[in-house]
Design a protein around this ligand. Structure first.
Ligand code: SAM
Length: 227
């Protein structure tokens, strides 16, 4: 899945992956179940391959500083405009950085460019990572590179909440792609401690994927801590 594939999706409004609601696992693990409000200002959450996800806004509304990366400038500008957030655009080390300092919320920054080209210090200050539709957006031959890159950018102790999908790949071409628990272990166990938090049958909820041919679908949620 090269960047041109995604730019074409954005330019032609083929963005079925975009959700108008907040991801329930994010709201659960970073909301009531998460850190106390007064601790959140010290936390900075990175959302890789963020699109124009509402999750970015929810995090900023709930006291977390937010950093995203997204290749499509259309997605990034739509995120700020659709959410009525004022923003500015600066060039940082050759990459476009969009910044919203809206006084109502915590700071939101989005790198507009290729995730794989992020500078080594791009995730400075990041304490947490939320990956809902990033790993599963990538075909199998890109996933090890993705994990190597995101691992190289993190400090020890950084927490990740990862959401994966598990289905029979013969029933549907990705994206999203099926990622088994075994593959998660293969990709992450060397550099992370891993807890599997949830496995849920979601075939009746994910009607879009059911309509694409899936007859069974499990969503899994993992928590990692970088060693
Ligand atoms: C499946 S979508 C998920 C978007 C978002 N996380 C969400 O939950 O709605 C994957 C996103 O990653 C972006 N993307 C894909 N490859 C990328 C790359 N190499 N660098 C930056 N963004 C990328 C695409 O433009 C797309 O918006």
């Amino acid at each position: 899945m090269k960047i041109d594939f995604w730019l074409d999706r954005w330019n032609n409004d083929k963005i079925g992956f975009h959700q108008d609601k907040i991801n329930p696992y994010l709201a659960y693990f970073y909301g009531d179940k998460g850190p106390a409000i007064e601790q959140r200002e010290k936390l900075k959450v990175f959302v890789p391959l963020c699109g124009k996800s509402k999750d970015l806004l929810w995090l900023a509304q709930n006291g977390y500083e937010v950093l995203g990366v997204e290749c499509s400038d259309r997605a990034v500008s739509h995120f700020f405009e659709e959410n009525a957030l004022s923003y500015r655009h600066v060039e940082k080390e050759g990459t476009g950085l969009y910044i919203s300092d809206d006084a109502r919320f915590s700071k939101i920054e989005i790198f507009q460019g290729d995730f794989f080209a992020l500078e080594d210090n791009a995730l400075e200050g990041v304490t947490d990572i939320f990956d809902r539709a990033s790993l599963v957006a990538l075909p199998v031959d890109m996933r090890a590179d993705y994990v190597n890159k995101i691992t190289s950018l993190q400090q020890s102790g950084t927490r990740t909440l990862l959401v994966t999908l598990n289905f029979d790949p013969a029933e549907m071409d990705g994206p999203p792609f099926s990622v088994t628990d075994e593959e998660v272990m293969d990709l992450y166990s060397e550099n992370y401690t891993i807890d599997k938090l949830i496995a849920k049958d979601v075939i009746e909820i994910e009607t879009g994927l059911k309509n694409r041919g899936l007859t069974a679908l499990t969503e899994s949620v993992f928590k990692f801590v970088k060693k």
